[in-house]
Design a binder for this molecule. Structure first.
Ligand code: ZN
Length: 267
């Protein structure tokens, strides 16, 4: 059985990989430690990134054009909007940027140039830091690191209606994705009793609010988590897998691979 994880390889296997004709795209899963309602785990965003990476790697096992492996995940991110709730762990934009520039730079200097960021934490300052880091890597090395920016309107259009309404924090969309892989981490009794919180995050963030409680997310979620199902999560994973593989093909062909900033559905 071939490994899914880059760090499970030996150096000799990495050496063979970088010489191989069929490129291997290295996926860097990002998330954060942030409250996701009273029903879902702090690691929700990272769990979604990991679930997506695993599905992409599995789908590409026998693909003639490329393969994929997962880098050790980065489970910390820029997280200030949820800081009124217990459990939030924030790292600064400068720290995240240094991590991304140094991790990708190490790989690129060894000739491992096909790298894709897989992110599912959408706080604007976090997403902006990813873009700025990729700009810095591009300026320094000339290499485009891939990135699927789900805050772009045309990307969101392929996802659920709730996601498109920017009711995308620990609601039906994210909770369904967690239920698809880790139902043991969702408190179903609590989840089913949660009332609908109709707050459009793009709208309130556009008004300059930067705190979940001020935005009306009194329990650190919006949308309808009570309606989440594992079946919806599997369906969404299918769509995310399609999108990411499409972008990875552009990356290895040298025709693209990196979305421009989405500015939280304003683009
Ligand atoms: Zn989330």
């Amino acid at each position: 059985m071939r490994p899914m994880e880059f760090a499970s390889l030996s150096w000799a296997q990495v050496d063979a990989m970088r010489r191989a004709e069929r490129p291997t795209v290295l996926l860097l899963p990002l998330g954060t430690v942030e409250p996701h309602g009273p029903h879902a785990p702090l690691s929700t965003d990272l769990l979604i990134s990991l679930g997506l990476c695993r599905r992409v790697i599995e789908r590409l096992r026998d693909d003639p054009e490329m393969g994929a492996l997962m880098l050790p995940p980065l489970g910390y991110g820029v997280t200030t909007y949820a800081s009124a709730f217990p459990g939030t762990i924030h790292i600064s934009e400068g720290t995240l940027r240094a991590l991304l520039v140094e991790i990708c730079g190490s790989l690129i200097r060894q000739g491992l140039r096909a790298i894709m960021i897989v992110n599912n934490h959408f706080e604007p300052e976090h997403v902006r830091t990813i873009h700025r880091s990729l700009d810095a890597i591009q300026a320094e090395t000339g290499v485009t690191v891939g990135f699927l920016d789900l805050t772009r309107r045309e990307r969101a259009a392929a996802l659920t209606e709730e996601f498109q309404r920017a009711e995308c924090h620990a609601g039906q969309y994210e909770t369904s994705l967690v239920l698809a892989d880790r139902p043991d981490l969702v408190d179903l009794a609590v989840m089913r009793a949660l009332p609908y919180v109709p707050v459009n995050l793009a709208e309130v963030i556009g008004r300059g609010l930067k705190d979940f409680k001020a935005m009306g997310l009194r329990e650190a979620y919006n949308g309808r988590p009570a309606d989440a199902t594992a079946a919806e999560g599997r369906e969404t994973y299918g769509r995310l897998t399609e999108m990411l593989i499409g972008l990875m093909r552009e990356l290895v062909r040298g025709t693209g691979g990196r979305d421009l900033p989405g500015s939280y559905a304003r683009v």
